[in-house]
Each structure stands twice: as structure tokens, then as C-alpha cells.
Design a protein around this ligand. Sequence first.
Ligand SMILES: CC(C)(COP(=O)(O)OP(=O)(O)OC[C@H]1O[C@@H](n2cnc3c(N)ncnc32)[C@H](O)[C@@H]1OP(=O)(O)O)[C@@H](O)C(=O)NCCC(=O)NCCS
Length: 252
Amino acid sequence: MACYVVGHLHANDASAAYAFHHVHAQANQNLRTRSEDEIREIAENGFMYGARKCSGASIVGDPVGGALVGLCYGFLDEMLGVWELGGLCVDEDIDHDVVWVLAGLALATTIVAGQALEAGLSVVANVVVSNQAPLNLLKGMGFKKRGTFERDGRQLEQYEFGIDGLHRLHHWFDRLRTRPSNGATIAVELVLGWTLDDLQSYLPRYGSFESLGEQQSNARERPEPRRSWTAPSALGALGEQLVRALRRLLSW
Ligand SMILES: CC(C)(COP(=O)(O)OP(=O)(O)OC[C@H]1O[C@@H](n2cnc3c(N)ncnc32)[C@H](O)[C@@H]1OP(=O)(O)O)[C@@H](O)C(=O)NCCC(=O)NCCS
């Protein structure tokens, strides 16, 4: 049975991430090509996520990830004042469950580690207008079409993750835990020191979760990553003011 390690990638995975991204971006015009420096910076900031085929097991028996078979990243676009969930791409022969696990972990980690919603920033995905491939996934995760714009001569549709998507994301964790055991084995790799519970419990801070029987005031504090990188505060105070001013100008 196939086995995968899915989740957070480390800074020293940057070269492998770039190699994977480069091959797929060359072959598929729907992916925005990122330079090696950009990919490295994203990985160093802690917002690169991947799916790897298992290459063995650790001494305690946990699966260890080998070759990348899927990638996704969170990117703070300071110009637009949004967090972009980008670069989502998987090998064709991958077990399908891996895709929604990868996308869900990338989304939840980016929201929590990037402090996107605290900073008043949207989380978006930009999709080439003719590209249907990610729509099922994005809509299923609670992204809604916000508008179209042009970049590098191409028409893009912007999908925004709304507050109501937080409920779905909260349930996504339950679905992840109760995945039938007869499919591919998927081991989850989170930012060191975090647990799925930490991530899931943090989400209600952002909205009203009465329907889940959980009060916002009971939501947990943001889990602090215990590793060498510290999650960057999304923007400095000045940056935030600038974004708000820009938003007012653009009437977002
Ligand atoms: C984008 C891409 C990763 C999507 O992967 P995909 O496998 O085609 O996505 P699917 O919509 O089939 O979803 C994968 C699985 O997750 C399931 N799924 C989708 N949304 C889900 C959700 N919210 N919750 C649970 N499961 C979900 C689907 O049912 C499917 O499983 P199934 O095949 O057993 O039904 C893939 O098509 C790809 O790599 N495309 C090329 C690059 C690209 O265009 N990237 C997008 C750039 S914006």
C-alpha cells in the first residue's frame, strides 16, 4: 500500500522543492513560475508544504519522506496585502487523498503561522481562467470567486478563503482523523512542536463557532512553533497601516 509523508517542509528541502516546482511549471502554464530564490525564501520562512513518498521508517517506526510528489506554498504578497496559497501541484499517479491532505494542511498552517487573519489579510488562490484543475478542491475548502485580474498578460480568477470556510477547515481536521484506514498511509508532518489539535483548536478564534459547540472565547492560544525559525509577523505595523489605507482606496 502506498505511503506518504505530507505537510510542512524544512528550509533544507528548498532545493528539492525548487526542482519539483521547476519541472512542473515548465510543463504546465497554469503554474506561476517562481525563481529558485523565491522558492528558497518561502521554504526558509516556513511556508512550503509537500507530499513525499515514504522512503523508509525512523527508529521509532514513523514513516520518513523521500521524493516529493506534491507541493504547495503560502506566500505573503505584500504588494496586494494578501496571503496566496500557490504552487499547488501533484504528480499524476499520486493517491487522490494526498491532494486534499496537502492542501488542507497548507491552508491551516498558513492561516495560523502567517497570522493572516489577525493582520486582516485575505487568503487567496489565483487560478488561470481556463484552468479547471484546482476548482473542485478550492471550492470544497471554502474558497469563493472574488474577481478577475490580469498578470503577465494572462487572465486570472482570484478565489478568496472566507470566514465560513473556517468551519469547513475545522471539519477537515475531523475528516483527516477519521480517514478510512484502507487507503494510502498518510503521515502528517507539522511545524515542530505543533499538533493537529493545536491547529484545529486555534481556528475558532477567528469566527463564531456556536454551531460546532465551541465558543470563541474557549479557543486556544496560538501554538508557538518550537523550532529555529519564528513565524514572521505577517507585516510590520507600518505595512499593515499601508495595506489598510490601500484597501480603503480600492474599496475592498
Ligand atoms: C490542482 C491539482 C493539485 C488538483 O488535484 P486533483 O487530484 O486533480 O484534485 P481533485 O479535485 O480530483 O481532488 C482530489 C481528491 O480530493 C478530494 N477532495 C477535493 N476537495 C476536497 C475537500 N474539500 N475535502 C475532502 N476531499 C476533497 C476529491 O474528491 C478527490 O478525491 P477523489 O478523486 O477520490 O474523488 C492537480 O490537478 C494538479 O496538480 N494540476 C496541475 C497544476 C495546477 O493546475 N495547479 C493549480 C494552480 S492554481
